[in-house]
Design a protein. Structure first.
Length: 147
């Protein structure tokens, strides 16, 4: 087992122990749940409701809302990641195909003989601009480290 897994397991066990002790200690504590709108009126939702149950309902509701919101975002991110993976795979295939075909001789038809071009008037021709040298190749980052 990895040490990280053991530490996470111990933290989860500690959290469950603290929640269990809180529930056991406050099980007999009860509150009235009232929805009050001030001068308009109010309603009793529950009389003598146990506090640990109320806390559990609030925590479960919070997890539900967060999972719906973050779940939608993770689905969108997952789709975007899959699309990018497909693009990378296609580009890698294209690069590999290009590397395979670099060494093979190109089969071209013999050029047809064309008539000699007519002589032109003497026009000074500027020297072609030197091609820029490409930057040195840097190490490609490992995409697993970026995620």
């Amino acid at each position: 087992m990895k040490p990280v897994t053991i530490v996470i397991g111990l933290l989860v066990l500690l959290l469950v122990a603290v929640i269990g002790l809180f529930g056991w200690q406050n099980l007999l504590t009860r509150v009235d749940l009232v929805f009050s709108l001030g001068p308009i009126g109010g309603w009793y939702i529950a009389k003598a409701f146990p506090v640990p149950y109320l806390m559990g309902i609030c925590l479960a509701g919070g997890f539900l809302v967060a999972s719906i919101w973050l779940g939608g975002r993770s689905l969108v991110s997952g789709r975007r990641a899959k699309a990018l993976e497909r693009q990378v795979a296609a580009l890698q295939d294209e690069i590999e195909w290009g590397r395979r075909n670099v060494g093979s001789p190109k089969k071209t038809a013999a050029p047809a003989k064309s008539p000699a071009p007519a002589p032109r008037a003497s026009v000074p021709v500027a020297a072609p601009a030197p091609k820029p040298t490409p930057p040195p190749e840097a190490d490609v980052p490992d995409f697993d480290d970026l995620i």
